[in-house]
Design a protein around this ligand. Structure first.
Ligand SMILES: [Zn+2]
Length: 565
């Protein structure tokens, strides 16, 4: 490809709103162009990289036994009603109506469509195990698109779905997909670790995300420094610091004028955080929920949502709290009637807590669960934090930021039950197929590959993703014979089967051309200039090396091949 005709101009500086290295570099290198919030075009060089990522995914999914299909983005709303997700997906779904006033959605994912496809094609256990996948455009109406390709509204995703006759067979499909993922990300030059993930309100069993650990990631990961336990913050288990047991003391009111928060009370009464009971209010399905948790802990909303099997969960503000007859800043589970109480298990073993009294400026001392109040549901709903003990061993948890590259998930029979996707087993009995689903955000891999492989001058493409094998720079074309020599080297490299980006631009100083070469990030650079010819031929070097070697013009392709080996 000749740069003189290349569509897309490199930029010296990134636009001000690009705040991560990968976002800045993909804009500066003209790999993508934004159309609207969370909507991007891929320009020629970016598109070449995206297709290479897709090809790696194809090869590895095929190797794992997958078969490629393409399913429609345009989907009848009835399918989403049948699965129950019309309600649970909420505002993320793009809706539209056709000319006959039928409601349609633009697919954000394809469980519904693939189950429908399965129903129409599969009747017998003999047709399983089955894994089908596609690489296709998804649409999600994200509330806050941002971070370049990290959170977008239209994106390319690889989604795979396995169908098995039982859970043991699903385990095998799941591991085949999981192994494929490890190979895909390695080939794409993105180091990842699998971390345990939230299965969501809809249910399912094991769920893991493949995370690229980076400070610019949007997810928070908890890692154990001893046993290697790794989990998304939404899912992470942790040890709660034990508090000393004590005999229950008599409940007593204490005047607390102006003291509303746990921090206020801790100072005012001179008690530790873990001797207080924190009340947090939510609304789930229109009904209030009183959440009680030990004062030194925070509520994990994903765990709470799962415990309540709630689709929408919203924190209530002071006004919402008052609407339900509670006193903000002094709300209490003691004497509470008609409101569901969910308690973190931490409050059961903590004796004699300070809690609200449901009267302004008054709290209780010595509140004890079981004697003074009773939770409707007790479970773990607390957030793991750095420094907490690991739930699996005596190690300590630390937090890291991560970019989610992919997700593997044992769905089970949630969808096949709801949508009636049954098969007949060996005895002729009808059973629901057991499903797994496996997603990769192709654009995210693209972004992460840049984030993981760059320096202060630009991108350094991993070998399997590089848009071109070689960047050939021609300089000093006004000097006799130089352009001819550069053209000959271009032809020689192409004849050797190498993909070449050739900077054949008449204008442009050596500085400009070398800066572009470093920015665009091909792994090998070949330079033909009056100086290189005078020194004996062409300069050849890796993107990561400072100094070039000079080889005879006729030996350029051989030198490139040697550097690639
Ligand atoms: Zn551990």
């Amino acid at each position: 490809m000749r740069m003189s005709g290349l569509f897309g101009k490199t930029l010296r500086n990134a636009p001000a709103d690009a705040d991560t290295a990968n976002h800045q570099l993909m804009l500066r290198a003209a790999l993508v162009q934004q159309l609207a919030a969370g909507v991007y075009s891929y320009l020629p060089i970016g598109w070449r990289v995206l297709r290479k990522i897709e090809q790696i995914i194809r090869e590895e999914m095929d190797r794992a036994g997958g078969q490629e299909v393409v399913m429609p983005a345009l989907q009848p709303a009835e399918l989403w009603e049948a699965s129950g997700r019309m309600a649970t997906m909420g505002d993320v779904l793009f809706h539209l109506r056709d000319r006959r006033d039928r409601e349609l959605v633009l697919g954000p994912t394809h469980e519904e469509v693939v189950v429908d496809l399965f129903k129409k094609q599969v009747q017998s256990y003999r047709d399983m195990p089955l894994m089908i996948y596609q690489i296709q455009t998804k649409m999600r109406d994200e509330a806050r698109p941002r971070g370049g390709l990290m959170r977008v509204r239209e994106f390319t995703m690889k989604d795979a779905y396995s169908f098995d006759t039982d859970w043991d067979a699903l385990d095998r499909s799941y591991h085949a997909a999981r192994d494929a993922y490890a190979r895909i990300f390695e080939r794409c030059g993105v180091p990842t670790i699998p971390v345990q993930a939230d299965s969501g309100a809809i249910g399912g069993k094991d769920s893991e995300e493949f995370m690229y650990l980076t400070d610019v990631g949007e997810d928070t990961i908890l890692l154990c420094d001893t046993c290697g336990y790794a989990a998304n913050e939404e899912k992470a288990d942790h040890k709660k610091r034990p508090v000393a047991a004590a005999d229950p003391l008599p409940l007593e009111e204490v005047s607390t004028p102006g003291q509303k928060t746990i921090d206020d009370l801790v100072k005012f009464l001179g008690v530790p955080h873990d001797a207080t009971l924190k009340a947090v209010f939510y609304e789930a399905a229109g009904a209030p929920v009183f959440v009680a948790i030990r004062g030194d802990l925070e509520v994990n909303e994903a765990k709470l949502r799962n415990a309540l099997k709630a689709v929408d969960l919203a924190l209530l503000d002071d006004q919402g709290v008052r609407k339900h007859g509670l006193v903000a800043g002094s709300a209490s589970p003691v004497g509470l009637k008609g409101i569901r109480i969910v308690a973190d298990d931490s409050v059961l073993t903590a004796p004699n807590l300070v809690a609200g009294a449901n009267k302004p400026d008054v709290h209780f001392r010595n509140v004890n669960h079981g004697r003074d109040w009773q939770a409707d549901l007790v479970t773990d709903i607390s957030l793991a934090r750095a420094g907490d003990g690991c739930a699996r061993c005596d190690g300590t948890l630390e937090t890291r930021r991560g970019m989610e590259m992919g997700h593997v998930f044992k769905l089970g029979t949630v969808y096949t039950d709801r949508m009636g996707a049954a098969f007949s087993d060996e005895t002729g009995e009808q059973k629901s197929a057991v499903m797994g689903c496996y997603g990769i955000g192709v654009g995210r891999v693209f972004a992460a590959a840049i984030q993981a492989n760059h320096d202060e001058r630009g991108i350094i493409w991993p070998r399997e993703l590089t848009p071109y094998d070689v960047h050939l720079v021609g300089l000093g074309f006004d000097k006799p014979g130089v352009r001819e020599s550069a053209e000959q080297v271009y032809q020689q490299l192409a004849d050797a089967g190498l993909q070449v980006l050739y900077d054949d631009r008449e204008e442009g100083s050596a500085g400009v051309k070398f800066n572009d070469a470093d920015l665009l990030g091909m792994p090998i650079r070949v330079t033909v200039s009056p100086r290189s010819i005078e020194n004996g031929g062409a300069e050849v070097k890796r993107r990561t090396e400072k100094d070039a070697q000079v080889v005879p013009l006729a030996g350029a392709a051989g030198a490139v091949r040697a550097l690639r080996a």
